[in-house]
Design a binder for this molecule. Sequence first.
Ligand SMILES: *[C@@H]1O[C@H](CO)[C@@H](O)[C@H](O)[C@H]1NC(C)=O
Length: 325
Amino acid sequence: MKSFICLVIFFFAGLGHAYGASHFRICAFNLHSFGEAKAKKSSVMRTLTQIIARCDVTLLQEVRDRKERALSELLERLNRFQAEHRYQAVASQRLGRSDSYQEQYVFVYRADTATVTGHYQSPDNRPGDVDAFAREPFVVRFRAPKTAIKEFVLIPQHTAPANTSKELDALYDVLQDVRKMWKTEDVMLLGDFNADCAYAKRKREKLQLITDKNLHWLIADETDTTVRASTSCSYDRIVVHGQRFASAVVPSSAKAFNFQMEYGLTEEQALEVSDHYPVEVLLKNGAHKLLPSFFGDLSRETEQKMFKSFSCFFLSPLVVQTLTW
Ligand SMILES: *[C@@H]1O[C@H](CO)[C@@H](O)[C@H](O)[C@H]1NC(C)=O
């Protein structure tokens, strides 16, 4: 009898995990020149919508939407595609050294799971290296009450391939500024860092962004974030700062999302969408915090096993009593 009840409890605990407690997904996607031309291709827009609708927050890069119609078209499609969520966007100014080539950082987010509590355009006035960035970070702070971390800051970066190392150094300084300014350790850096292959020129041990022990690089160096079968480079990255944020991440959930395979596209069709895969990571939900603190830094699986055994241990006699009463 007791083992049967335990089975029942296991079953519901499993259901709770599968349905009640969905994780919070953060994505970063280089859209390879997103503007009017792409917005006109409905198959491309359909795939983009499918990809972005998977995420609670998506950083879009290479948004080159001069007439500012492509982004609103994308938002309309997202809101039609998933009526249970409300998608909104917060965008930087157009950034770039020349008038002829500019990009925006855009964060698309589900207004029902996240709200913007602050944003800040980094001024790019690093002493001795003014104008270090081709596209200086547009920093956004989100509040996501259902996540274990509750509130966090995202620092986006799409480096210029020719200056990757220098820009990653400057990015480290932006991280320090943001920590001081907003008095928070809970910061994530994400985007197309061009941090691999021909563009990662400087030795790794010379980059503070890599050597600082408080920074956790979640996308492995072997990950291929490029669509072309002929290339394998880990350009797009997600890096979290601090132990607290690192422990709020679902272990091993950071990956590139191979939308070509997922949606059965040819390489040519996938390249119409972008030459990059998005990268993504899951945040644990707030229920995580309900577990007693002595569980500490155990993996989620271990926690769940322990939680279930505890439930059986404490609840079974109660249930047996009720049933035999
Ligand atoms: C690289 O950095 C130098 C010096 O700051 C700058 O003049 C140049 O325009 C940068 N190149 C690119 C492609 O951003």
